[in-house]
Design a binder for this molecule. Structure first.
Ligand SMILES: [Fe+2]
Length: 320
């Protein structure tokens, strides 16, 4: 449910279960029975954008150290302090299990109302305007953007298309050195519809968004989800399965923490060519000093979260 009236800054207030959300010129304010929390609105909108566009993703989307969502693939836990050692010690955490479609539609309404003209929550800070100040227009085309989800592979007939200047996807300012030539495919007669290739680096160089792992190929549960990164991952992602990362260009610095408490576990500096297996029991946040290319390899098998929760699979897939 949402309130049609607006506050003195021009923004609507929203309710979701027992939570209430209001924004002013600089902050999103969240209240729930027994607590309240304040998040800088740039961080809040960037996190909200991912949660909506990814349909809550895999596992937990921590907007920050206090507020976030955990995906149960149908229902969603909307929580405050659930994965925060301080809240847990004082038994101050609050969590509501809500219908996923309802949470998503409420979040989308909030995102549409609270995002001002000229601000794109998916864009790098250098490439977009300010989210701050009183209500000033909107940016519906940006916040209604869906992530790319290829059925088989980008560029196949009937699947999600390649990117080009002509369709409004120019090469990003930091990838002007990326070779744009496409591979030649010489299929045997009769196999023309079954052989396909494209220039993966050229495709990524034309991504207009950051921190948005999109599916470019799918083989059963094996999903290749490359993404371009710049500035910082605007959420702290809590894994419910192992994620493999391949750093394709430049570098990303990762803070890796215990998923439940947030206690630090590792710092990982990934340079071009580095590969990591991020364990199933961690949360992580990445920092990309320059625009970089990251390949995220996801296993979409719906049985995995339960297997890890019951410790029938080890959280780390390899030992060194
Ligand atoms: Fe992750």
């Amino acid at each position: 449910m949402s309130n049609a009236s607006v506050n003195e800054c021009g923004y609507r207030a929203f309710s979701l279960g027992a939570y209430k959300f209001v924004r002013d010129e600089y902050f999103a304010h969240i209240t729930w029975p027994g607590g309240s929390h304040t998040i800088s609105v740039d961080r809040f909108l960037r996190a909200l954008m991912r949660d909506v566009a990814w349909n809550f993703f895999y596992g937990t989307v921590n907007f920050d150290e206090v507020f976030g969502t955990t995906n149960h693939y149908g229902t969603v836990d909307v929580f405050a302090g659930l994965y925060n050692a301080g809240f847990r010690e004082r038994n101050k955490q609050f969590v509501e299990a809500l219908n996923g479609d309802h949470v998503r539609s409420t979040f989308l309404e909030m995102l549409e109302d609270w995002t001002n003209e000229g601000f794109d929550p998916f864009a790098a800070p250098e490439e977009t305007g300010t989210p701050f100040g009183p209500k000033r227009g909107s940016n519906l085309s940006a916040v209604r953007r869906n992530r790319v989800v290829a059925k088989r592979m980008v560029g196949l007939k009937g699947d999600t298309p390649l990117r080009s200047d002509a369709d409004g996807n120019p090469v990003n300012r930091q990838f002007t050195d990326v070779d744009q030539s496409e591979p030649e495919v010489h299929a045997e007669p009769g196999f023309e519809g079954e052989v396909h290739a494209f220039n993966f680096f050229a495709y990524l160089s034309r991504s207009d968004v950051t921190w948005n792992p999109s599916i470019t190929s799918a083989v059963k549960d094996s999903l290749l989800c490359p993404t371009t990164e710049e500035y910082m991952l605007p959420i702290i992602h809590g894994n419910d399965r192992v994620e493999w990362f391949v750093q394709l260009s430049d570098e990303i610095h990762w803070d890796v923490q215990d998923r439940e408490s947030g206690a630090p576990r590792a710092r990982v500096v990934m340079k071009a060519g580095d590969v990591t297996a991020m364990p199933a029991d961690i949360r992580h946040q990445g920092y990309s000093p320059k625009r970089s290319m990251l390949l995220v390899w996801e296993n979409a098998d719906p049985a995995l979260p339960d297997l890890y929760a019951k410790k029938r699979l080890r959280p780390n897939p390899v030992d060194f």
